[in-house]
Every structure is written in structure tokens, then in C-alpha cells.
Design a protein around this ligand. Structure first.
Ligand code: IMP
Ligand code: MG
Length: 176
């Protein structure tokens, strides 16, 4: 990856914070009865997860948290289409209300894989929250229960999302 790729800001920090706060309000209300097991999908969702978990805490929710590391991308902007598990979570999910977090819902393969995986292991339910979704790109029939922003079909980076393992550290979302 060249070091001088130009990027254009798309969603600024304040807008991300507001969206996360809105999502946290809805999620905290929906899971008030039974705290969920929140499972961020690594690596892309780490920043979204860190902010959302803090926002949920301010809403009075005390979830369980564990991490699943899945991969489907190579080093560029095209998905390989094959989801692989790099690291499993470390607990039994039987009877739990799972809430998956991901950075972006694109083809749907990653989240469909994760949802089927936890349902097959006995989760009571599996809901999905994503910061971003690209509606035009779905290959698998799956929708998120909570969506921060619906964006056009651009390759985006920042706030956890990478391009060739770069730009994850940006505090805003940008288009490459
Ligand atoms: P899906 O399985 O095709 O839905 O893709 C989900 C994963 O692909 C996300 O968790 C991201 O890691 C990656 N991805 C999809 N679109 C983008 C993008 O625009 N920028 C960076 N990563 C992306
Ligand atoms: Mg990812």
C-alpha cells in the first residue's frame, strides 16, 4: 500500500459519537431485562465496540463481553468470500442473548457466519449492531437490528476499518 493514498473525510467524529449514543439508547432499552453477551468481531469493530460499551454503561447496561476474531479480507479492498475464524470466544453461549458488533455490513458473509455459529452453539438469540452498512452489496440475506449509518458503495477506512492494515487509528470515517 502506498503511503500517499488520498483520503476524504466522510463521517466526522462528532457524528460518530452521536450515532453511537443513539444506538446505545436503543440497545440499552431493548436489553434492559436480560443483559446481552456482546461479541465484537475483531479486528474492525474494536473502536466502535469501545465507544459503544462506554455509551451502554452510561445508559445503565452491564453486558457480558467477549471477542470473536474472524477474517475474510486479504490485504486489499476485495473480500475473498471465505470467512475464517482466527480466534474463538472463551465461554459457553448456551441460553444467552448474543449481540454481535461489527464495523460494517457489506456482503453479509461475516455476520451470517457468526450468527449461525452462535445459534448452532445454543445461543437463545443473536442480534446484530453495525456502525455502517452498504445496502447494495449484500450476497447473503441478512440485516442488522441496529445500524449507525447507511453509506454508499465506497471503500471506507478509519475508526477501526482498514485498507491494507492501515488507517484503523483515524478517529473519523474516510473514503479512500
Ligand atoms: P462482509 O462479510 O462482506 O459483510 O464484510 C464484512 C467485513 O469486511 C467487515 O467487517 C470489514 O472488515 C470488511 N469491509 C467491508 N467493507 C469495507 C470497507 O469499505 N472498508 C474496510 N473494510 C471493509
Ligand atoms: Mg472486519
Amino acid at each position: 500500500v502506498r503511503a500517499d493514498l488520498s483520503i476524504r473525510p466522510l463521517i466526522e467524529e462528532a457524528a460518530l459519537a452521536e450515532a453511537v449514543r443513539r444506538l446505545a439508547q436503543r440497545i440499552a432499552a431493548d436489553f434492559a431485562e436480560t443483559p446481552p453477551l456482546i461479541i465484537p468481531l475483531l479486528r474492525g469493530s474494536f473502536m466502535f465496540a469501545a465507544d459503544l460499551l462506554r455509551a451502554l454503561s452510561k445508559q445503565g447496561l452491564a453486558p457480558h463481553v467477549d471477542f470473536l476474531w474472524l477474517g475474510s479480507y486479504g490485504t486489499g479492498t476485495q473480500s475473498s468470500g471465505v470467512v475464517t475464524m482466527h480466534h474463538d470466544i472463551g465461554r459457553d453461549v448456551t441460553g444467552m442473548k448474543v449481540l454481535l458488533l461489527d464495523d460494517i455490513l457489506e456482503s453479509g458473509r461475516t455476520l451470517a457466519f457468526a450468527r449461525e455459529y452462535f445459534l448452532s452453539r445454543g445461543a437463545a438469540s443473536v442480534a446484530i449492531a453495525v456502525l455502517l452498512e452498504k445496502p447494495g452489496k449484500r450476497v447473503v440475506a441478512i440485516e442488522a437490528d441496529y445500524v449507525g449509518f447507511t453509506i454508499e458503495d465506497h471503500f471506507v477506512v478509519g475508526y477501526g476499518l482498514d485498507y491494507g492494515d492501515r488507517y484503523r487509528e483515524l478517529p473519523y470515517i474516510a473514503v479512500v
